[in-house]
Design a protein around this ligand. Structure first.
Ligand code: FPP
Length: 239
């Protein structure tokens, strides 16, 4: 078991694009939904590893704005899986001191899914360990647009003056206003793109991409990413 001291530095916030469930299933001649089911199990391994080394925030890209374009059958299966995951894992989250949060256009989710999500968020709200943030019906561009609208509303209500708008103020109008920006972004299954994920927040985030498919991702691969992160020099545009 590695101790936190074995790592040069621990990212405070890790964000993950969980990709490759479909390919994992295809390689095994299974339906895509089996890949998503296996992917949901990976989530537990990764939250355990985060808790083990002291990561404070973990954001998972579970369903993007673009994912609504998938065949209705797959969308329905994903929503069912999400609801099931939340229902089954909430006692585990409580036991592991995990606080659940969600970002995205949550009102787009089926009603029963929204209800379960809010129950799970409420049931874990007093926990003080890892904050697990699920990005659901989430798109980075959509989030920025929602932020602009929220900013305009504040101005209209007289709570904010146009001259006061800076990056800090704008950040407070995003879904992520309560969380620090991610320090490390992991993407599985080898694709080299951001796919509309946390576009504003990833400005200075370290990127780590692995060919491993999400269902095969686990503690060791996660720790490898964190080790590599510790070797990077972050300059935030300075020297
Ligand atoms: C990408 O694989 C994965 C998704 C679109 C959904 C992610 C969902 C899970 C990991 C399971 C549910 C998660 C939770 C938190 C319950 P893909 O289908 O794009 O794979 P492919 O690129 O190989 O086709």
């Amino acid at each position: 078991m590695p101790a936190a001291k074995d790592f040069k530095s621990i990212p405070r916030h890790v964000a993950i694009i969980m990709d490759g469930n479909g390919r994992w299933a295809r390689e095994r001649g299974l339906p895509r939904t089996e890949g998503h089911r296996a992917g949901a199990e990976t989530v537990r391994r990764v939250t355990e590893a985060c808790t083990e080394i002291g990561v404070e925030f973990l954001t998972l890209y579970a369903f993007s704005s673009e994912n609504w374009k998938r065949p209705a059958r797959e969308v329905a299966a994903l929503m069912k899986l999400l609801e099931q995951f939340l229902r089954q894992k909430t006692p585990e989250m409580i036991e592991q001191n995990i606080r659940l949060q969600a970002i995205g256009r949550l009102n787009d989710l089926p009603k029963s899914c929204q209800d379960q999500l809010h129950r799970s968020i409420e049931a874990t709200s007093q926990n003080s360990g890892l904050t697990l943030i699920l990005a659901l019906s989430y798109g980075g561009r959509e989030e920025i647009l929602d932020g602009v609208k929220s900013l305009l509303e504040s101005i209209e209500r007289g709570h904010l003056d146009k001259g006061m708008i800076d990056t800090e103020v704008f950040s407070k109008h995003l879904y992520t206003r309560y969380y620090p920006d991610p320090d490390l972004l992991i993407r599985t299954s080898g694709e080299l793109r951001l796919s509309n994920f946390l576009l504003w927040q990833l400005s200075y985030t370290e990127l780590w991409i692995t060919p491993t498919l999400w269902p095969d991702f686990g503690r060791e691969t996660f720790l490898e990413a964190v080790r590599e992160y510790g070797r990077r020099q972050r300059r935030f545009g300075g020297l």
